[in-house]
Design a protein around this ligand. Structure first.
Ligand code: BES
Ligand code: ZN
Length: 614
């Protein structure tokens, strides 16, 4: 296991110790207050109770540590945790909890000695635990049982476990979790496939992971197997649909392995969460968490699963050292995701995803400002919420940069390079400069012409979209553009050749539609394609945005229903935003106030600002 390094060390000895033989300065992770740079965190043993009445996780976290550098205290991250008591090697010990620091929480200081090997913290989670969403039964599909899930990335693990909460700190864990009888508990670990009669579950995660990959879900869940190593968990009424949608995931894992080497995590399962899940997916090891909004009935949104699967290489295996290097997690993952998708479908399909991604990149640059430092790949999130870095820059500019490299060196060399990159950095961390050096040593190798062509500095340390940004082939989208133009110049929808369109062709058709459309045109589209009733969340969301712009009222009841249940920020934000900017603030406020309690705290934060100006 790599020793975590946080203190910027110009000292070469430390670099050598970390397997870094160069003169790079290892950046400091500004988003953890822990001192895991002095004390190694080896293993976590959790013993917790999940109480749906008090909405609290409580219990004990025991850390096996090794105090190599003879630190006088262990410092851990906490966020809104109540500490009941602390034991060091079995003996009750005084501790201090520092003042709350914005975004970071309160550091917990525990005196230790050179020989300390075990530290136990008895604690309870608070009302403002940002990682936790407690759902009432009516917020689930089954409506009978409550549900809890965590979302720890980026720095929220500390709101349910006292821990050294930095992506560069890895440890193994075991857990005993007590939940109400009749509910199933799942973690980012070896998981049960059946209910436990006692409500007690044991977990074992023998592969070291960083805290942001700690995950727990508790609810009325069932399991269905896909193949020997893959399966899906969902609420009972969703499990068959989910299993159908996920039928090709086993093949997807094999496709990923053919590209960049073995899947090293044992089983690969997915958990379908209730619709309030605030994001699309989360790459929790062994168990990807997914929004139910990808279940479209035709597997057309499975690229999200390809994305979370790809994280088992880029992110979970090779992990960004700090959140400033987030593009190394997400940009690589988007690139890998599209390679998986291409191998499951064909180039023309992947090209559509590349083009939609490019459009997202343009929108992100427009939104952040073309000169904004937040449009650099390497970010500076010092003193800020790491979620500020959660933009399409990391995803799409990062992926486009890798695509540019591929285009220049050829796919074969690119794949040899990436495969080696994953192998050589497996279970280690990586930061931007270290990757650039690796790229230079292993791929560019003194080829000055290539180096100049890539213009790396413009990508990594410069704003906006560099001039050499690759663009995908528009083979399929050209036909979509032609259909849109024909429609706008009066052709009846029935005459357009849409029969073979996939979801992504529809998305392109709608994204580039002028807004607002006339009432007649909205009606014509709806009559022909039943967009108001679309069961595809991506299409529905875009259609509702068009409906708001055009004040096309027949879509409103369906939109209301959509907004009552779906909590995915990516859908909510642009839709409420469209209401706010087209003079429908009252409508936004009314709908949001009605459904606010159905949304995750993180989505609430975004929307409070947007809709309530809070
Ligand atoms: N790891 C991210 C989700 C994340 C990132 C949560 C940072 C919190 C902080 C996940 O892999 C992701 O990127 N999800 C996307 C999926 C999409 C790009 C296919 C999402 O949720 O929209
Ligand atoms: Zn991701």
């Amino acid at each position: 296991m790599l020793l975590p390094f946080f203190v910027a060390c110009k000292d070469n000895k430390q670099n050598v110790a970390a397997g870094r033989t160069d003169s790079l300065t290892v950046p400091k992770d500004m988003h953890t207050q822990s001192n895991a740079d002095s004390i190694s965190m080896k293993h976590l043993d959790l013993d917790i109770n999940v109480d749906f009445v008090t909405k609290q996780i409580s219990g004990r976290a025991t850390w096996d540590v090794q105090n190599e550098k003879k630190a006088k205290r262990l410092r851990l991250d906490t966020y809104d945790l109540t500490i009941d008591s602390v034991q060091v090697d079995g003996i009750k010990t005084e501790y201090t909890l520092d003042a709350f620091v914005e975004h970071l929480g309160s550091a917990l200081n525990i005196p230790v000695t050179e020989t300390t090997s075990q530290v136990s913290i008895y604690y309870r989670s608070g009302k403002n635990a940002r990682a936790l969403q407690w759902l009432e039964p009516q917020q689930t599909l089954g409506k009978k049982q409550p549900f809890l899930y965590t979302q720890s990335e980026s720095i929220y693990a500390r709101s349910w476990i006292p821990c050294a909460d930095g992506p560069g700190i890895r440890y193994t864990y075991t857990a005993r979790v007590v939940v109400p009888k009749g509910l199933m508990a799942l973690m980012s670990a070896e998981n049960p496939q059946q209910l436990s009669d006692s409500g007690i579950y044991h977990f074992d995660m023998r592969i070291p992971i960083p805290a942001y990959l700690m995950a727990l879900a508790v609810g009325d869940l069932r399991f269905k197997s896909i193949d020997k190593r893959t399966g899906v968990y969902a609420e009972p009424t969703m499990i068959d649909k989910a299993a159908n949608e996920f039928a090709e995931v086993g093949e997807m894992v094999r496709a990923a392995e053919r590209l960049y080497g073995p899947y090293r995590w044992g089983r690969y399962d997915a958990l379908i969460l209730p619709p309030g899940f605030p994001i699309g997916g989360m790459e929790n090891p062994k168990l990807t968490f997914c929004t139910p909004t990808i279940i479209a009935g035709d597997k057309s949104l499975m690229n999200l699963v390809a994305h979370e699967l790809a994280h088992n290489w880029s992110g979970n295996l090779v992990t960004n050292l700090t959140w400033n290097d987030f593009w190394l997690n997400e940009g690589f993952t988007v690139y890998f995701e599209r390679r998986i998708t291409e191998s499951m479908t064909d180039k023309s399909y992947a090209d559509m995803l590349w083009e939609l991604g490019y459009q997202d990149l343009e929108a992100a640059v427009e939104d952040l400002g073309k000169d904004s430092k937040d449009t650099h790949l390497k970010l500076d999130l010092t003193g800020r919420d790491p979620d500020d870095g959660l933009t399409d820059i990391a995803y799409e500019k990062g992926a486009a940069f890798l695509k540019l490299i591929e285009n220049n060196v050829g796919r074969e060399r690119m794949d040899v390079f990436l495969r080696k990159y994953f192998d050589e950095h497996a279970f280690k961390t990586i930061y931007t400069e270290e990757f650039l050096q690796y790229l230079d040593e292993k791929l560019i190798k003194g080829d000055t012409a290539l180096r100049n062509k890539l213009n790396i500095d413009a990508w990594v340390y410069g704003p906006g979209i560099p001039a050499n940004c690759p663009r995908a082939d528009m083979e399929r989208f050209k036909k979509v553009d032609a259909a849109r133009t024909a429609f706008l110049s009066g052709a009846a929808p029935a005459t357009l050749q849409t029969a073979k369109w996939s979801t992504h062709e529809w998305l392109h058709f709608m994204r580039k539609m002028p807004r607002p459309l006339t009432a007649d045109k909205m009606k014509a589209l709806d009559d022909a394609y039943h967009l108001t009733q679309s069961g595809n969340s991506e299409i529905a969301d875009l259609w509702f945005i068009m409906a708001v712009a055009a004040d096309y009222q027949p879509a409103y009841p369906a939109m209301d229903k959509f907004l009552s249940a779906v909590g995915r920020r990516k859908f909510l934000e642009p839709l409420y935003e469209e209401m706010m900017t087209t003079n429908k603030q009252q409508m936004a406020k009314d709908i949001y106030t009605k459904y606010r309690q159905n949304y995750h705290p993180l989505a609430q934060m975004t929307l409070d600002k947007l809709v309530l100006n809070k």
